[in-house]
Design a protein around this ligand. Structure first.
Ligand code: ARG
Length: 466
């Protein structure tokens, strides 16, 4: 067991099982980088406030920066016997500077550290996820454009509905993920970090010292992704008690997950022999240990399956936070694993999804075959009659009867003579039918779609939406 950050008032050693039960070092080491930032800012503030001399501050900062370097180079090995990452780092500083380390924690609390660390973690991971989302968006865009002359059946209720263009199909997913992009972008823009809550009541270190310290620190990490807003703590009770920033982040991730799951489901469905529209990239599929012919869409199934976990992570923290009395409570330690889990899951999924989409091939022959289903054009026939002056309800009924007739007699509408067609309506004839029951006509008859190229505020190409 490594050195604790408390203990003076205790006569007995902590129970071993309880120690193992309560420690968080085996997962909260992911916050190491930000915890060091907190410490450096704190050292600056202590120096501003005259509690540390310039040379003491210098020694502590340099020890902290050494540890920070290890973290950034991936060489940091967390001490899993420490109570938490805050303790671990405190002990490392002590190893480097000896007794001076006893001054590092002057007038601060882990409650303040943990909020700060998590805010910065969400920010940095959010920036990374934003860049991954951007890659999926651009891949969806390429994919749509690669097959931009292709039409396909569109579905409602998983039943063939009307013809759509492939670029509109990929554009639908583009729009969903673009909204996710914007949601995350605005979350990141408003995220801010505070320091100086003490345990809950604030700190005896002047507000100005904190503001100066934060300013000085942020100048040093200029190129690093950092929250744009930062100031001395506004309300210390709120700062240590609240996790809504984290819940908001997890809810944005849960919505991304929902969209990825829907994409996965569509791809699975369209890759079945029954549909056979898509040929999935082999390098992201697996085989069966028994059935030699199988090519299973495991990546997509795992994405779809992960939804339970990612939604659960959000629900887990919402539930943990419900009814907690002000301010910090140890219950809140349970926010970390769900947070890390969703970040890792969404990051992995987005990264692989970009490559996956790149490798999907369209089975154009099979899609063309599906487009021969005459039911797909029934709505266009109704529209034709409406433009010929027939009331919609009547036109709907006429075409409904025409479809039923075609099914019962087992004859194609396109194969019906003018004489038969005219028994349904005088304006229907073979020439009209041929012109209308055609994928290109069906799609181009839709005048409500915007054709204009727009640029999203995020600067993303939006041509996929037309
Ligand atoms: N491991 C704790 C957490 O994650 C850090 C804060 C601990 N504070 C305390 N007073 N025990 O929430």
């Amino acid at each position: 067991m490594s050195k604790k950050m408390w203990g003076g008032r205790f006569r007995k050693e902590i129970n071993r099982d309880f120690f193992q039960f309560q420690k968080s070092a085996h997962y909260d080491w992911r916050l190491a980088e930000y915890d060091i930032y907190h410490s450096i800012i704190h050292v600056f503030a202590l120096c501003e406030a005259g509690i540390l001399s310039a040379s003491e501050a210098e020694k502590l900062t340099s020890a902290l920066e050494d540890i920070s370097k290890e973290v950034k180079e991936g060489k940091f090995k967390p001490n899993l016997n420490a109570e938490d990452i805050h303790t671990d780092i405190q002990n490392r500083v002590a190893k480097k500077v000896g007794k001076l380390a006893h001054k590092l924690h002057t007038l601060r609390s882990r409650n303040d550290q943990v909020t700060f660390d998590e805010k910065w973690y969400c920010y940095k991971e959010g920036v990374y996820i934003l860049s991954l989302l951007n890659q999926v968006l651009s891949e969806l865009n390429h994919w749509g454009n690669r097959y931009k002359d292709i039409f396909m059946p569109g579905y409602t209720h998983t039943q063939r509905a009307q013809v759509v263009s492939f670029i509109n199909y990929t554009g639908a997913f583009f729009c969903m993920l673009e909204r996710d992009f914007q949601r995350l972008d605005s979350f990141l823009k408003k995220s801010s970090i505070y320091i100086g809550s003490g345990a809950l009541a604030g700190s005896a270190i002047p507000r100005l010292a904190y503001s100066e310290a934060i300013k000085k620190f942020l100048q040093r990490v200029e190129s690093y992704p950092k929250p744009s807003k930062s100031e001395a703590v506004r309300n210390p009770l709120d700062n240590v008690a609240s996790r809504d920033f984290l819940i908001e982040f997890l809810s944005i991730l849960a919505i991304i997950q929902m969209h990825l799951s829907r994409i996965a489901e569509d791809f699975i469905l369209y890759s079945t022999k029954e549909f056979a529209f898509f040929d999935l990239p082999e390098e992201f599929c697996t085989g069966s240990s028994l059935m030699p012919h199988k090519k299973n869409p495991d990546f997509l199934e795992l994405v779809r399956g992960n939804t339970g976990k990612v939604y659960g992570n959000l629900m887990s923290i919402l539930t943990t936070m419900k009814a907690l009395p002000l301010t910090y409570n140890r219950d809140m330690q349970a926010d970390k694993e769900p947070l890390f889990s969703s970040v890792k899951t969404i990051g992995d999924e987005l990264k692989i999804m970009t490559e996956f989409i790149k490798g999907i091939k369209l089975n154009e022959q099979q899609i063309r075959h599906a487009l021969e289903d005459e039911g797909l054009y029934a709505t266009e026939l109704v529209e034709f009659l409406v433009y010929e002056g027939v009331a919609f309800k009547k036109a709907h009924n006429i075409i409904g009867r025409l479809i039923r007739y075609s099914e019962e007699k087992n004859v194609k509408i396109k194969g019906m003579s003018d004489k038969v067609l005219k028994t349904f309506h005088s304006k229907l004839n073979h020439g009209n039918i041929k012109r209308i029951m055609n994928p290109k006509y069906a799609v181009s008859s839709k005048k409500s779609l915007s054709k204009g190229r727009q640029t999203a505020s995020s600067g993303l190409a939006r041509e996929n939406r037309a």
